[in-house]
Design a protein around this ligand. Structure first.
Ligand code: G3H
Length: 329
């Protein structure tokens, strides 16, 4: 059992994906974008029943999910100690004995995601591991600080060693249909990131309609986003399956039209292993295996890993441990 679980969860050899360079803003394409809400909701309603994977398959998918987590702490009371503990968890996400028995020693999370002030601590704690640090930026979560400060914040996080920058867009540009302003803003953010990869947080729960989500996704990709991400985790509605379907299909359309693969990051409120499996099934159905690699898919999650660890422990030992035994920070 062990070796084939490891085999099934092994990542594809690292593929060199060219970065999305973006393109001119194509307002005709943006205007033509539609989202059929009832068809999208019908499609998502079929997911929970149809896609349950069992036993060894489930363990393999859960191990895969771990490699795709941006292990996150974004709290006002974050301390260096909490971030160091989180980084230790990113380096060894599951109890060593369990990983050994599943043949998955060396497994890590996809990244660690923190506020700017915590970047140096995380970079130091992850030295030599190859695990990147992601910084939320641009006045996260509201994104309403002065524009020049939002650009400067990106630069400071990159200088401090963040390899990934999660920016927040100005929701008002979407709500007022000012696609040029959204495009210009996103383009400036991408430029400020330099070599660091940029994830565009749309805050979908605040965009008013699925059509707006689809159009904002497209404009951010046109402006050079490496990833599009649902939420900050601070909106009252965060990642959902319908929003994910809309964003994933926007990614597919963009790929079909330009040949560039953009990544997807659902974030906020994903805390159960079974929910993670549903997202992975959706990705596989809509975009295929290539999009299940850390360079093209991440979960933004602060507590998902704890539940996955519990499920894996149950898989190996037959018993569930209490949730408090799997705290993150
Ligand atoms: O980007 C990540 C989110 O802020 C995490 O949200 P969560 O705490 O609901 O998992």
């Amino acid at each position: 059992m062990e070796s084939h679980i490891a085999e099934r969860s092994a990542q594809l050899p690292q593929l060199a994906e060219p970065r999305n360079p973006g393109m001119e803003l194509d307002l005709d394409w943006v205007a033509a974008v539609q989202a059929n809400t009832s068809a999208i909701e019908r499609r998502c309603a079929t997911l929970p029943g149809r896609r349950s994977v069992k036993k060894d398959h489930q363990a393999a998918w859960l191990l895969k999910a771990i490699s795709l987590i941006d292990l996150t702490t974004l709290s006002g009371d974050d301390t260096e100690g909490r971030v160091r503990r989180l980084c230790a968890k990113a380096r060894q996400p599951v109890n060593a004995g369990i990983l050994r028995s599943l043949g998955m020693e060396g497994l890590t999370t996809g990244a660690v995601c923190v506020y700017h002030d915590m970047v140096p601590t995380a970079v130091k704690a992850l030295e030599g591991t190859g695990i990147p640090v992601a910084a939320v930026s641009t006045g996260f979560p509201a994104g309403l600080s002065p524009f020049h400060l939002r650009l400067a914040e990106i630069g400071e996080s990159v200088s401090a060693g963040a390899e990934e920058i999660d920016i927040v867009i100005s929701r008002r540009h979407v709500l007022t249909g000012n696609w040029q302003a959204l495009y210009d803003e996103m383009k400036a953010f991408r430029l400020a990131c330099g070599e660091a990869h940029v994830k565009a947080i749309l805050a979908t729960g605040e965009l008013g309609s699925l059509r707006n989500v689809a159009r904002a996704s497209l404009v951010c990709m046109m402006a050079g986003a490496d990833f599009i991400k649902t939420s900050t985790g601070k909106e009252s509605i965060n990642a959902t399956l319908p929003v994910s379907l809309v964003m994933i299909r926007a990614i597919r359309d963009y790929y079909d039209r330009t040949g560039y693969r953009v990544g997807y990051k659902p974030a906020g409120g994903i805390s159960k292993a079974k929910d993670a499996l549903m997202y992975l099934a959706l990705m596989k159905d809509e975009l295929g295996h290539r999009w299940l690699q850390p360079d093209l898919f991440r979960f933004g999650a602060s507590s998902l890993l704890g539940d996955i660890e519990r499920q894996l422990e149950h898989h190996v030992t037959g018993a569930y441990s209490a949730g408090y035994r799997h705290s993150m920070g």
